[in-house]
Design a protein around this ligand. Structure first.
Ligand code: PEP
Ligand code: MG
Length: 322
């Protein structure tokens, strides 16, 4: 089986009925890129930049960040690289920032909320990204967006830094797509309004599931409620994909669900454009998709979205895909 998969390494990803999707990888450091290319990744769908900030005693400099982003972009050549801006807080702490202890860290001061309040941290990251943009195909993504105002504010800061760089004679790419993670239900619900302003969506199911089901993703006692196939999740995912397509934008997914063999047929049928997963899952996913009819999966959409439980969803998909 592994040998069969290996043959697919340098192939694009097509369903049985000839519909193309993109299989990308999630990475944490420039060292991960080699594994992505060896496993046939068509892009990076999520570069988690937190690792640059963790395990040290002070913030990384703009230069240090520039080198890391440039390295990833250069290694990927003309393949797209989606870099997520800093998502600190929640379960990821930074000792040197001395953030206040919170009663509900996952509902607290993290990610874009922190960055918009701490422009001295946010701006150097954006500058490093903009400077690196000439070395490949960069897309910038903001995490934990709950409101349109947050997106507008973050984008305005990005454009401000771009203009400053231009005034200083520093080149940046003109075609950088700017998108958001959809991992908060409010954003999934009004995805249509967001779709008019963002260039793309990437659905972060790890958080979207925890917030939709009100079940802490780290808490074993409520893990039975952490249900990727719950119809509420499928309806939100569908809403995001439909919203994107109605405005001619693309929708990806970078949560764990994107590489899950039960979820893949469902997501293909819902019309997901990009699946971003751990590099080691890519070849298996490509092989699976090559045996699935997108049209057939799409024909199950209304039925799946109107089901009452995750169990029904799983049973139905198992029956239709074996
Ligand atoms: C997600 O929430 O699905 C996601 C990809 O982000 P993280 O796991 O880093 O929170
Ligand atoms: Mg997340």
């Amino acid at each position: 089986q592994k040998e069969e998969w290996a043959k697919l390494k340098d192939e694009p990803t097509f369903s049985e009925d000839g519909e193309q999707v993109e299989l990308a990888a999630n990475i944490g450091t420039p060292n991960d890129v080699e594994g992505v290319l060896n496993n046939g990744g068509e892009g990076i769908g999520l570069y988690r930049t937190e690792f640059l900030y963790m395990g040290k005693s002070e913030l990384p400099s703009e230069e240090e960040q520039y080198e890391a982003y440039k390295s990833v972009l250069e290694q990927m050549g003309d393949k797209p690289v989606v870099v997520r801006t800093l998502d600190i807080g929640g379960d990821k702490e930074l000792d040197y920032l001395d953030l206040p202890k919170e009663l509900n860290p996952f509902l607290g001061f993290r990610a874009i909320r922190f960055c918009l309040e701490n422009e001295d941290v946010f701006r150097p990251q954006l500058r490093a990204l903009l400077r690196a943009s000439v070395h490949g195909t960069l897309k910038i993504m903001f995490p934990m967006i709950a409101t349109l105002e947050e997106f507008r504010q973050a984008k305005a800061i990005l454009l401000d830094e771009k203009e400053k760089l231009a005034n200083d004679g520093v080149n940046t790419a003109d075609n950088i797509e700017v998108g958001i993670m959809v991992e908060i239900p409010s954003t999934a619900v009004i995805a249509k309004q967001f779709a008019k302003e963002v260039d793309f969506f990437s659905i972060g199911t790890n958080d979207l599931i925890q917030y939709t089901m009100a079940a802490d993703r780290m808490n074993e006692q409520v893990s039975y409620l952490y249900q990727p196939y719950h119809p509420a999740i499928l309806n939100l995912v569908n809403n995001v994909i439909e919203a994107a397509h109605s405005e001619g934008k693309w929708a990806g997914m970078c949560g764990e669900m994107a590489g899950d063999s039960i979820a893949i047929p469902i997501l293909l049928g819902l019309g997901l454009d990009e699946f971003s997963m751990s590099a080691t899952s890519i070849l298996q996913a490509r092989s699976q998709i090559s045996g699935l009819s997108k049209e057939k999966m799409a024909s199950y959409k209304d039925k799946l979205l109107s089901m009452g439980t995750a169990e029904e969803v799983v049973e139905f998909i198992k029956e239709k895909t074996n």
